[in-house]
Ligand binder design. Structure first.
Ligand SMILES: NC(=O)c1ccc[n+]([C@@H]2O[C@H](COP(=O)([O-])OP(=O)(O)OC[C@H]3O[C@@H](n4cnc5c(N)ncnc54)[C@H](OP(=O)(O)O)[C@@H]3O)[C@@H](O)[C@H]2O)c1
Length: 306
């Protein structure tokens, strides 16, 4: 099975390529089942040899329709995991055309080209499709209502998919690659610098290696529909930053809680104040959920040398 990853040089893309490369290793083929790490379950009943095709922006610019069609036509993937996006939330607010070009029209291009070659598409979307006015976790069947241009453009991407595609909505992604809160907090702490984090935005931190195992599974199994996939457990950005410091053996008092209205300067793009995603579709399908976020946090802090 050929699995092409768009945005392969990004934070999630790099972990995805790593996970898929491990699946191509015969050690993971056990009695006809590919066993995912960490008790996340098995890709049961299939004898799969995965060939991963990493496509970063230099190979595949999703905004160039003919280029996307040409590359997928040449490579004939069975599955496309579409991780490419313009993820600068405040940048998107300032340049909506670029946001919709990459995140919405780019996804149309990927969906069309994949359909032409019969490839299954797995698209990564975001908790920012919700407005955060709920007081209970969002299920996959709740109506989206994005507040920001980024959220609208990612919701636009969701609507470009052909029937039968997989949509994975996730939130607050961190990992060993790329810029994220774990790295920011560790860098500041190593310089003894105090920090302020908002304590009135609630969500579920998600670690990209864990997420990647689930993406691989849902994509390879060609599961149709929307899945919320996050690490379990919710917190605020302040709570998360404190936990990073604790996991690194640093002083948690380095971080101070503030409200969103105290951010100076205010951030251009509005964020949902509550974006906890109930992983209902996984849960109700009997698929084991990802671990509590505190487990992978310890692993990632160790890998980042915290
Ligand atoms: N990070 C989060 O907290 C979060 C939360 C929810 C959902 N998501 C979703 O998860 C997915 C992966 O995000 P991430 O954290 O891995 O973001 P990331 O590190 O910014 O990776 C995105 C990748 O897409 C590439 N890209 C940008 N424009 C492109 C284009 N026109 N054609 C092809 N590639 C392009 C970027 O390349 P350049 O660096 O060269 O621009 C980058 O390598 C995205 O769909 C994102 O919306 C992320």
């Amino acid at each position: 099975m050929k699995v092409l990853v768009t945005g392969a040089a990004g934070q999630v893309g790099r972990d995805l390529v790593d996970v898929l490369s491990q699946l191509s290793d015969n050690d993971h083929l056990v009695s006809g089942a590919v066993v995912a790490r960490g008790g996340e379950g098995a890709l049961a009943g299939r004898n799969i040899a995965v060939e991963v095709i990493p496509a970063d922006r230099s190979v595949l610019d999703v905004t160039v329709r003919e280029g996307v069609r040409r590359l997928l036509g040449e490579l004939q993937p069975d599955v496309v995991i579409h991780a490419a996006a313009w993820t600068d939330v405040d940048g998107c607010e300032a340049d909506p055309d670029r946001a919709f070009l990459v995140n919405a029209l780019g996804t149309r291009n990927v969906a069309e080209a994949a359909n032409d070659v019969g490839a299954h598409v797995c698209y990564i979307s975001t908790d920012y499709v919700f407005d955060g006015r709920s007081q209970t976790p969002y299920v996959e069947w709740d109506d989206p209502h994005p507040l920001s241009v980024y959220g609208r453009s990612k919701r636009g991407g969701e609507r470009e998919l052909f029937p039968g595609s997989t949509t994975v909505r996730t939130s607050w992604v961190c990992g060993v690659h790329g810029k994220n809160v774990v790295r920011t907090v560790l860098d500041a702490a190593s310089r003894g610098k105090s920090m302020r984090f908002v304590d009135d935005q609630h969500g579920c931190p998600t670690f990209s290696a864990d997420l990647s195992w689930m993406l691989a599974r849902l994509a390879i199994e060609r599961r149709p529909g929307i899945f919320h996939v996050t690490n379990q457990g919710a917190t605020t950005w302040f709570g998360f930053a404190r936990a990073v410091l604790e996991a690194a053996g640093r002083d948690p008092a380095l971080v101070e809680p503030i409200s969103t209205s105290q951010l100076d300067p205010p951030r251009p793009a509005p964020r949902p104040r509550y974006s906890i995603l109930d992983n209902a579709a996984l849960r109700l399908s009997g698929i084991p959920l990802l671990a509590d976020w505190r487990e992978p946090l310890v692993r990632v802090v160790g890998l980042l040398g915290g």
